[in-house]
Design a binder for this molecule. Structure first.
Ligand SMILES: *Cc1c(COP(=O)(O)O)cnc(C)c1O
Length: 227
């Protein structure tokens, strides 16, 4: 596993340098969903500093069992509003906030815990009916409304492009997410400055880096195929 993580880190660095980006702004999230605690510990020992979990019950158990490890836990899966109370405060960053209802619930839970919860807004950039995320057309209004919730801090955007055999086909979707970030920032909405882009997985992370990713979420290339 050390080899795999080292290779990914080298690729991040090389890709960033080639497109004149600062490699230090690109963070590797090891997507550890369904992986055993033992495997997660291996990954941590091999240099994974951020773990990305997708299921609340599994994540609560793992984070509790591994609390002695000095790592950051992110949530990258679909979050139901009724589970927000468990996610708030447990994760340093929730990547997958895909509705106003969820923003509102996270804000409420964060207020209770007297914290500011950092989140990303998931965007359905490909407009697929099967994908979660806010749609592009209503995004400005979404951010104007979300900005009013004081116990969430919106750091940026996240997306999952459709699956393609040819990863090059993901590029337009990554470009579109980056452009949306600039568009929203240009509206000067009080409280909203987007700096982070969570995009890119095992098959397409190089392209995502070229298009501005600051978080790449990698499972298979670290842990192998999920069962
Ligand atoms: C599982 C998962 C990943 C990792 O995908 P791989 O193709 O295995 O690298 C990335 N993002 C999300 C949201 C995931 O659920």
């Amino acid at each position: 596993m050390k080899n795999k993580i080292d290779t990914i880190k080298k690729t991040i660095k090389k890709t960033a340098v080639e497109c004149n980006r600062d490699p230090l702004l690109i963070h590797l999230v090891a997507a550890s969903k369904t992986m055993s605690k033992e495997k997660v510990i291996h990954a941590i020992d091999a240099g994974a500093a951020i773990l990305g979990e997708s299921y609340i019950n599994e994540a609560r158990e793992k984070t509790d069992a591994l609390k002695a490890y000095n790592v950051s836990w992110h949530f990258i899966g679909h979050l139901q509003s009724n589970k927000a109370k468990y996610a708030v405060g447990l994760f340093d960053l929730i990547h997958s906030v895909d509705s106003m209802k969820l923003v509102k619930e996270i804000d409420k839970q964060a207020k209770k815990k007297k914290i500011i919860q950092e989140i990303l807004i998931q965007v359905n950039i490909s407009n697929e009916v099967t994908k979660s995320g806010i749609d592009l057309t209503s995004s400005t209004n979404f951010f104007k409304e979300a900005a009013l919730f004081k116990n969430v801090c919106i750091k940026g955007l996240m997306t999952m492009p459709p699956f393609f055999d040819d990863s090059e086909k993901c590029r337009p979707f990554f470009k579109a997410l980056n452009k949306l970030k600039d568009t929203i920032n240009s509206k000067n909405i009080p409280n909203i400055t987007l700096t982070e882009l969570s995009m890119g997985m095992t098959n397409d992370y190089k392209i995502a880096i070229q298009e501005g990713a600051t978080y790449i979420r990698i499972g298979t290339a670290i842990f192998g195929q999920r069962k």
